[in-house]
Design a protein around this ligand. Structure first.
Ligand code: NIG
Ligand code: FE
Length: 398
């Protein structure tokens, strides 16, 4: 049985070739008065509704009767830290009173995470996952990094791997307190037995290469060890300062360099001439009251830009990509079309995925119905969840 979604006022495919010319933002591949057919979890047909051939194997999907529904590819949240316990609301409140953000706050989440049961970690992850689906996220990445012992990193990833294939080993989040006088010992542990224990549950390896976390040489050592073991690299780069993490990202062909809050012209040029995606996480600048990354300079240079939430209890406790889109548009001067592309196709590129982030024939049928006449409403109506339905691999998840 196929499903045909037939009453789409505006469909964003992210496939330039499919666009009907009705929207000036050609990268979105917009089709007005569109239909889309799903078969076996994949998009099997897409085009103007008038051209849809009716067959008796097609069941029409009722989208609730919205005359002006907009359908977009599901959001791809390519940067999340959703496996943790504890609460840091007091730290946020202190920052809003003027305190500055530092990597040190991670230690309090590490203490709470180590003390939590597997069940508690799983319940928290599931609660965040259901928030994400309600917000239109159809793929999310999940990093470890709040366990920081061999057993706690392995169990965090074991839990994450039940809910997403995009799992990332982040043993190199910060050096935990018990290794304060033995950094080298911790780096060796991460690149050695911790990596080995994380391997069965991990696809990616990441390092927080920044002030208060890890140096470029330490990051290179850890990322190379992960790559030698079969993991693919990505990196936290230039959130707090520029210390060579972008050069390292490009040197190692990291899929993504994340944060990019402080970038020189040279670093922008490096990103623009590489396959490394610049992933911007404006929720972190919002919640740490920091200057936003310069998306316009990246886009002008031709870099590929992704937008993600960075969902974590310290620097960005949100699951709402629409919120990040609204900030990117209002504060970073991305156009609504650029921001939408970056949160869908851009996120897919940051995860080196070709099956998601667009709605071409053969793509996974991951899509979101917005109760709005246009994708512009994602930033035009900030703080309002416009997601009416979320479909993952051809099944309605919300
Ligand atoms: O991406 N930058 C490093 N890690 C997180 C923050 C983690 C925390 O403060 O708990 C981030 O912003
Ligand atoms: Fe992060």
């Amino acid at each position: 049985m196929s499903h045909a979604i037939t009453d789409i006022g505006l469909l964003v495919t992210n496939n330039v070739e499919l666009g009907d010319g009705s929207d000036e933002n050609t990268q979105l591949g917009v089709i007005r008065d569109a239909a889309l057919v799903i078969e076996n979890g994949l998009v099997s047909w897409v085009g103007p509704k008038a051209k849809l051939q009716a067959t008796d194997t097609v069941e029409s999907v009722d989208f609730g009767g919205f005359a002006a529904a907009t359908v977009i590819p599901g959001f791809v949240d390519s940067h999340c830290h959703p496996i943790f316990a504890g609460d840091r609301a007091a730290e946020f409140a202190a920052r809003m009173r003027g305190q500055s953000y530092s990597a040190g706050g991670i230690a309090s989440t590490v203490r709470a995470t180590r003390a939590a049961s597997n069940e508690a970690l799983e319940v928290n992850l599931l609660s965040l996952k259901s928030e994400m689906i309600a917000a239109g996220v159809t793929t999310f990445e999940a990093k470890s990094g709040y366990g920081l012992t061999v057993a706690d990193e392995a169990r965090s990833l074991d839990i994450a791997a039940k809910y997403t294939e995009e799992t990332t080993f982040l043993g190199a989040h910060v050096v935990p307190a018990e290794f304060a006088d033995n950094r080298d010992g911790y780096v060796d542990l991460v690149a050695g037995s911790m990596l080995e224990a994380a391997l069965p549950f991990s696809k990616w390896i990441d390092v927080f290469c920044d002030r208060g976390a890890f140096s470029v040489d330490e990051a290179r050592h850890i990322l190379r060890a992960g790559m030698a073991a079969g993991l693919k690299p990505r990196i936290h780069a230039n959130q707090l300062e520029s210390r060579g993490a972008i050069e390292l990202a490009v040197e190692l062909d990291c899929a993504s360099a994340d944060h990019c809050t402080h970038l020189s012209d040279r670093e922008i040029e490096l990103l623009a001439t590489s396959k490394t995606v610049a992933t911007l996480l404006p929720g972190a600048e919002f919640s740490t009251r920091s200057p936003y990354p310069d998306a316009r300079r990246l886009l002008a240079a031709g870099a590929t830009v992704a937008l993600a939430t960075d969902c974590n209890p310290g620097s960005s406790f949100t699951t709402s990509i629409a919120f990040c889109i609204a900030i990117a548009v209002r504060e970073m001067r991305m156009s609504p079309a650029e921001a939408l592309w970056s949160a869908t196709a851009g996120g897919a590129k940051a995860l080196r995925r070709t099956d998601i982030g667009h709605l071409s024939v053969g793509a996974r049928a991951d899509l979101v119905l917005l109760k709005a006449p246009s994708y512009v409403h994602l930033s035009y109506r900030p703080g309002v969840n416009l997601v009416e339905q979320t479909w993952i691999a051809g099944r309605k998840a919300k």
